[in-house]
Design a protein around this ligand. Sequence first.
Ligand code: GDP
Ligand code: MG
Length: 391
Amino acid sequence: SKTAYIRTKPHLNIGTMGHVDHGKTTLTAAITKVLSERGTGSSTQYVSFDRIDRAPEEAQRGITINIAHVEYETDTRHYAHVDMPGHADYIKNMVTGAAQLDGAILVVSALDGIMPQTAEHVLLARQVGVDHIVVALNKADAGDEELTDLVELEVRELLSAHGYGGDSVPVVRVSGLKALEGDPRWAAAIEALLDAVDTYVPMPERYVDAPFLLSVENVLTITGRGTVVTGAVERGQVRIGDRVEVLGAETETVVTGLETFGKPMESAQAGDNVALLLRGVPRDAVRRGHVVAEPGSVSPSRRFTAQVYVLSTKEGGRSTPIATGYRPQFYLRTADVVGDVDLGDAAVARPGDTVTMTVELGRDMPLETGLGFAIREGGRTVGAGTVTEVR
Ligand code: GDP
Ligand code: MG
């Protein structure tokens, strides 16, 4: 039988961000390799580049979810790490909260410097409340030292411009590729990067005493056992045998199995990435975006007021203003729902503006003050906001 997950260290969720081809996936594989080779006491399993890059795609309700989770352990912490292949995957998974990042590793190629997606991911991280970023200045094996110094300055400036305190952010020069090839110098650089993550990214506050809530990221069927939903526990705790409510499916059931990274566990808590086996729930009844919660703990609604930042054209947003009557998609937690925008007295909102709007969603959702969301239209993000009042 499978070994149970034993919680011996605090658990954090992190991930790589950055422009395509700057080496996010290579670095992710290198981290698992270096940690797996630490010798006795290391519980980390090496995950190869191919296994990360070819994470299965799950298409549900027209959204392709493409997200690879790997896990590893340093001396002091257990990490779940997400890596995503394309820019659109970052938008979907970060903004919707599927990738609940407590901190991020921004990967910047020392050869190329800041590229458009580097800047967009920093902006995105700020919008979704990622408060701590560590920089991996990658491809340092191939870079010229003076040029790398310039890239470092440029990255620090970018971070400062987004409120990340660029002067104090750790910037570590690494080579994911050389570390993956077993070069000891570059393996040491990966260790230095992990030390920076361990020390610079604080343990976030976990609302373990709040009622349980998990937004469904994925739904799978285990033949003979039933329907499994996966996602990150947003708050509270859940144990095998607990009654839960599935909002969206409007059904109540019992959790009959609980796993994290394929290991069975007795109880899960806020911050954990888990799979829940739900008794007697047909697979078709549950979808990405539904919410599993302690029965009666949330009352869904569809109207809210929000503070919204309309992305500028330069940030990939619209080139024309929005007005009352606008009907884009709202990405809340792992759900995407159409919504009607009412701008009230402010007749229009231009790209680059921050505005207050009232939104009427196409269906009821568990909403609460402080909940972040993205506004998307025709496959791109045009706004990012926070719920200020549920109506
Ligand atoms: P991603 O799109 O950010 O995930 O980038 P990948 O990890 O797929 O890497 C893109 C390309 O850069 C591949 O050809 C890698 O072999 C190469 N690469 C990644 N890391 C390094 C590095 O540290 N040094 C060098 N020289 N090349 C690298
Ligand atoms: Mg990649």
